[in-house]
Ligand binder design. Structure first.
Ligand code: ADP
Length: 387
């Protein structure tokens, strides 16, 4: 394929101001072959913006054969208003040396032979061949990338909308659902007090159940509200000594009752990290209390540690409890999901791990677990940078 200005004879190239094809490039046949195969369009112009060189990728991108472009002003590859402005740019640079696009890559619009306009990335470099100034433009069609960016932007906008709807829902839940709920509970209480004798034992038992369920629902609504707040509120970060955090939650060791002992072990001192202290305290409190709750051993052992073997700080909370089957490893993070809901001794609403994951994510981290049913569970997480 012919890439160069057909009219520029090798020796006269310098005089005519065109790309000097033969002599200067003969020694670089290999370079020419490379220009034939590169994916980016490479276009050479002279100081008057006349195209001297047009590689096959440029043909693919613009739809012009080299002979349709070479010898013509490069502005034919641009849509308005750049088309009109381009001569001015080149002249301005040639006159003043002031760089507007030279040496910097930027996104501009290109115009194909069929008239369609497309986004492209353009890098321009200046070079001197035999004392004459030339410009080499590298062009990349970024239509697909732009379309993908557009789709991502749309997804983000849709997500933001649905988050907003969720916030509104949480607000409605707090103000509009809580009120009738309290009414239900109060009426059941009055009914029990005033009509309890007439209703009899069975009736009172049912009223108690209504009050219990209303209280539980209020709890769930509050959890939902808190979850929505966790996602929205700015984190207040500060350097935090995690050893102090653990010292502050040791009181929960008492929750196991008298029939079991609990030891919370921290083999190596934990680091000081920048994080939101109350949230991270809550994270550890939830993981440690689960490690105690979901544990049937008389000696419940919880180990808390941090390792940076992989170059990343990975924290862990390990227990010797009942373990979690692999098929539930993702599900347990879902709001209100409980695996042991039948177990009345172990009370919870199934939000602890949902909050934990949210807190980890707000700190730009991730959480995962390893578990063997019967022998115990280890939760791993990172807390890199608060967002
Ligand atoms: P809750 O404790 O209120 O049920 P969580 O979200 O904290 O809610 O936990 C969800 C479920 O995951 C629990 O119901 C329990 O079945 C399981 N689980 C959590 N932590 C552990 C653990 N350390 N060992 C075994 N099971 C656990």
């Amino acid at each position: 394929m012919k890439h160069f200005a057909p009219s520029a004879p090798a020796d006269a190239a310098g005089e005519h101001g065109g790309f000097p094809p033969a002599r200067s490039f003969r020694q670089s046949e290999q370079e020419l072959a490379i220009l034939d195969t590169v994916l980016d369009g490479v276009i050479g112009i002279d100081a008057s913006a006349v195209v001297q060189f047009f590689n096959p990728a440029a043909t693919r991108i613009f739809g012009y054969a080299p002979e349709e472009v070479i010898g013509r002003n490069v502005r034919m590859l641009m849509p308005e208003p750049y088309r009109a402005e381009h001569d001015g740019y080149v002249a301005h640079f040639v006159e003043t040396g002031e760089r507007k696009v030279i040496g910097v890559g930027r996104e501009v619009s290109g115009r194909r032979k069929d008239g369609s306009v497309f986004p492209m990335e353009l890098g321009i470099n200046e070079m001197r061949v035999e004392g004459k100034r030339h410009f080499v433009g590298t062009v990349r069609d970024i239509t697909e990338r732009k379309a993908a960016e557009q789709r991502i932007a749309e997804f983000i906008a849709a997500l933001q909308r649905s988050n907003q709807e969720l916030d509104e829902f949480a607000y409605i839940a707090s103000h509009d659902l809580k009120e009738p709920l309290r009414g239900l509970s109060t009426n059941a209480t009055f009914l029990k007090e005033d009509w309890g004798e007439i209703l009899g034992q069975n009736g009172v038992r049912r009223l108690d159940r209504i009050m219990f369920l209303a209280a539980r629902m209020e709890h769930l609504v509050n959890d939902l509200l808190y979850f929505s707040r966790l996602g929205r509120q700015e984190l207040a970060v500060q350097p935090t000594d995690l050893n102090d955090v653990i010292a502050g939650i040791r009181d929960i060791a008492g929750m196991a009752g008298h029939d079991a002992t609990v030891s919370i072990v921290v083999p190596e001192p934990l680091p000081v990290i920048v994080c939101d202290l109350p949230r991270v305290t809550e994270l550890f409190r939830n993981l440690v209390s689960n490690a105690i709750k979901y544990n049937d051993k008389p000696e419940r052992r919880i180990e808390i540690g941090c390792s940076d073997e992989t170059g990343e700080q990975v924290f862990h909370v390990r227990d010797n409890g009942i373990g979690i089957e692999p098929r539930f490893h993702e599900e347990i993070f879902r709001i209100f999901k409980r695996l042991n809901s039948e177990d009345d001794e172990v009370k919870g609403t199934g939000v602890g791990l949902t909050f934990v994951r949210k807190i980890v994510e707000r700190h730009g981290g991730r959480i995962w677990l390893e578990s063997a049913p019967g022998t115990g569970t280890t939760f791993y997480f990172t807390l890199p940078e608060p967002r």
